[in-house]
Design a protein around this ligand. Structure first.
Ligand SMILES: NC(=O)C1=CN([C@@H]2O[C@H](COP(=O)(O)OP(=O)(O)OC[C@H]3O[C@@H](n4cnc5c(N)ncnc54)[C@H](OP(=O)(O)O)[C@@H]3O)[C@@H](O)[C@H]2O)C=CC1
Ligand SMILES: Nc1nc(=O)c2c([nH]1)NC[C@@H]1CN(c3ccc(C(=O)N[C@@H](CCC(=O)O)C(=O)O)cc3)C=[N+]21
Length: 299
């Protein structure tokens, strides 16, 4: 049986570091890290994530602000809110929850976030720094940054000689994950919906990362014996055993069968998800330190 990578435990340790650094920053400079989370529309799952982000920010001693805008919000209104948050010196991190409702164009909104407040790492400045190997001066997308910490716990910081396969190529996860693994010297393959023989590609992976959004897509026969399997997928599926109409979240990996073959595996829930929230706090803390001209804590 595979070693189960405990994302909750790893996240708690990041949160402890963040909380204590936030306390010191406030004591010494009077500055409280400020995080603004913007959500548009009524999607209940998105609201649940945003609430847990805001709750964690408060727990870390941050100034936590949530803007819940109605479904019918106009592009200009959302742009105006981002501009206001960009100009607000008490806000160090801005996150616009994705996806946005259909009628809104996310890309110009995301690109209008000031790079130094872009705690999702989606601005071209931050994405470009990561792509050119500058991992120190920008902000890196929370989920891949968190997943890398979990991978490093198994393999150490240097992934030389290891084959890594990432399924998914989104700007929020797949691309930055591939670049982080490459920076750590892994040999990286980024697979996606047009890839041929996905199972065969995956079987070559010492580190297999799945971020697709298809429940239980990765089967045991895709996993190289002893491989590290990182399941990023968050899929809401019916859970009739919990009662009629009930649901639960499950990953992109057929967990039970893959745990028989893998060397290490992340569960869903309790794997990558908690690390995402922890790294969002870490990014906000880093942004606040930079704004204060203070040396940046390491994670
Ligand atoms: N745990 C966490 O904290 C987080 C979890 N997530 C979860 O991770 C998953 C992915 O998120 P995100 O990257 O934003 O999603 P996107 O929908 O933006 O990207 C999905 C990717 O999967 C690829 N894909 C789709 N179908 C297949 C297939 N049949 N075979 C191979 N590849 C396929 C797509 O390929 P193509 O580009 O060709 O269309 C695309 O690159 C979701 O379940 C999301 O909920 C996301 C962020 C944080
Ligand atoms: N701009 C933007 N940035 C994001 O980072 C972003 C986003 N939009 N949109 C949606 C996805 C998804 N996402 C998750 C965050 C936390 C958990 C999480 O905490 N999961 C827990 C529990 C979840 C539960 O029980 O419902 C776990 O996996 O253990 C999951 C998923 C961030 N995303």
């Amino acid at each position: 049986m595979a070693h189960i990578i405990d994302g909750k435990h790893a996240a708690a340790s990041v949160i402890e570091t963040v909380s204590s650094a936030a306390k010191t920053l406030e004591q010494e400079t009077g500055i409280k890290p400020g995080l603004a989370v913007v959500i548009v529309g009524n999607d209940p799952a998105s609201h649940a994530y945003v609430n847990s982000k805001s709750k964690m920010a408060k727990q870390c001693g941050f100034n936590s602000i949530q803007h819940s805008l109605p479904e019918e919000t106009k592009q200009e209104e959302l742009e105006a809110l981002v501009a206001e948050l960009n100009a607000d010196p008490s806000i160090h991190g801005i996150l616009v929850q994705l996806p946005l409702p259909q009628h809104l164009n996310a890309e110009p909104i995301i690109q209008s976030i000031a790079p130094e407040k872009d705690v999702d790492g989606l601005n071209v400045v931050n994405a470009g720094k990561l792509a050119t190997g500058d991992l120190a001066s920008g902000l890196i997308s929370c989920t891949p940054a968190g997943a890398l910490i979990l991978i490093n716990k198994i393999h150490g910081a240097d992934l030389s000689g290891l084959n890594a396969v990432v399924i998914g190529r989104s700007n929020l996860f797949g691309k930055p994950m591939g670049l982080l693994l490459l920076s750590a010297n892994a040999t990286v393959t980024m697979a996606h919906s047009r890839s041929k023989d996905l199972a065969g590609i995956c079987r070559g992976a010492d580190i297999l990362v799945a971020a697709v959004g298809r429940p239980h897509m990765v089967k045991a026969s895709w996993v190289k014996p002893g491989a590290t399997v990182i399941d990023v997928g968050i899929n809401r599926v019916p859970a009739p055993d919990k009662g009629e109409g009930m649901s639960k979240i499950t990953g992109d990996v057929a967990y039970d069968e893959c745990a028989e073959v893998a060397g290490a595996i992340t569960p869903v829930p309790g794997g990558v998800g908690p690390m995402t929230i922890a790294m969002l706090m870490a990014n906000t803390l880093v942004a606040a330190h930079r704004a204060a001209g203070r040396p940046v804590p390491k994670f």
